[in-house]
Design a protein around this ligand. Structure first.
Ligand code: NAP
Length: 328
């Protein structure tokens, strides 16, 4: 099979399109023929080994070189072979999953407990846009944010992968959404459920005319201390992401938010999708929203498999509109 193998930490030039043996699924695994994958900041953080501080975290990226050579965490595709203990899936089933790695390949072996049936109304390309970004949005709103119907939510970074799911899910959960994005994306975020739009290039949302019950900080353009001003006294700040850096960011931005928690009246929490133990269950929940027509992936760009390095190069610039997907 063809796969992109990461030679060493660095730029997308370190990804080599290589011929490898197909993986052999274990007893509790299925072999999936990947139909599509998508790009996330998680991929290029692991590609560059940055922020460097993340190399020190237990179970994270390798210290001197990549622990995992095949990147790619979002997949949608078809089951080819099922291991002998697999009861829920058989050859031909259409599935999708959030993996720790391995998606930038024609085939990947996936533990059964990570797989969910692909939403019936989505193509593989659309389904591959969902896992990381939409699970992050769901965890941030429902679990960390404890969102209730009728509440006012501010989504900072509404036009990217996580943001376009967050706007739709917040609205589907009964909230009124104010979306922070730049002017060229204003129409898009209105179309997916943003009741109000703030252009971050001209307006400082941390000096608001109104205050919010929940603030999802996906873009992290302001210090958490300042963003907090946009919250009601009993509101919740959810740190999701922030600008990338070589040494510390976005981890330092998230920890700066958590350091505020004991000092302020608002709840301050962060989302950690990687450590979520119920990835499959969350995909099943998302499938319901998608099949009910309440959530539809927004795909800004699509690349062929051979152009994964170009897709990552584009995504790393930080201005993707919706999701960047890759088809096989
Ligand atoms: N905590 C977790 O478990 C978790 C999981 C997944 C992702 N994340 C993090 O979440 C963040 C977003 O991920 P993503 O996949 O959504 O990234 P993405 O798709 O690359 O987000 C790009 C979007 O961010 C917008 N943006 C950039 N600067 C902004 C600013 N200052 N204010 C408002 N919007 C701004 C861009 O809009 P313009 O083009 O208009 O600038 C673009 O639409 C990343 O930091 C990522 O690491 C965290």
């Amino acid at each position: 099979m063809k796969a992109f193998v990461l030679r060493s930490y660095g730029s997308p030039d370190r990804l080599d399109l290589t011929d490898l043996d197909e993986p052999v699924p274990g007893d509790d695994e299925v072999l999936v023929r990947v139909g599509a994958t998508s790009i996330n900041p998680y991929d290029w953080h692991n590609m560059r080994g940055q922020p460097y501080v993340a190399r020190l975290m237990p179970g994270g990226m390798g210290l001197r070189g990549p622990r995992h050579r095949i990147l790619g965490c979002d997949i949608a595709g078809r089951v080819e072979v099922a291991g002998q203990n697999v009861t829920r899936f058989g050859p031909g089933d259409q599935v999708y999953a959030l993996l720790p790695h391995g998606g930038f390949a024609e085939y990947v072996s996936v533990p059964q407990h990570l797989l969910a049936p692909k939403p019936k109304n989505l193509s593989c390309e659309q389904a591959a846009a969902v896992p990381m970004a939409a699970i992050t949005a769901l965890l941030s709103l429902r679990d960390q944010g404890r969102l209730k119907p009728g509440q006012k939510v501010l989504v900072n970074g509404a036009s990217g992968g996580v943001g376009t799911f967050a706007v739709q899910l917040a609205r589907a959960l009964g909230a009124s959404v104010t979306a922070v994005c730049s002017a060229p994306n204003a129409e898009l975020v209105r179309a997916i459920g943003g009741a109000e739009v703030i252009d971050y290039t001209t307006t400082d949302f941390t000096r608001p005319e109104q205050r919010y019950d929940l603030l999802l900080d996906i873009a992290g353009g302001y210090r958490p201390r300042a963003s907090r001003r946009a919250l009601k006294p009993g509101g919740t700040f959810v740190a999701v992401g922030g600008p990338a850096g070589r040494w510390l960011q976005p981890a330092a931005h998230m920890f700066a938010a958590l350091a505020l928690a004991p000092l302020v009246s608002q709840r301050v929490v962060m989302t950690d999708t990687g450590r979520c133990a119920h990835k499959k269950d969350n995909l099943v929940t998302l499938t319901e929203f998608i099949e009910d027509g309440k959530v539809t992936p927004v795909i800004g760009r699509s690349y062929p498999f051979a152009d994964i390095p170009a897709a990552i190069r584009y995504h790393e610039q930080g201005h993707a509109r919706g999701k960047v997907v890759v088809t096989l």
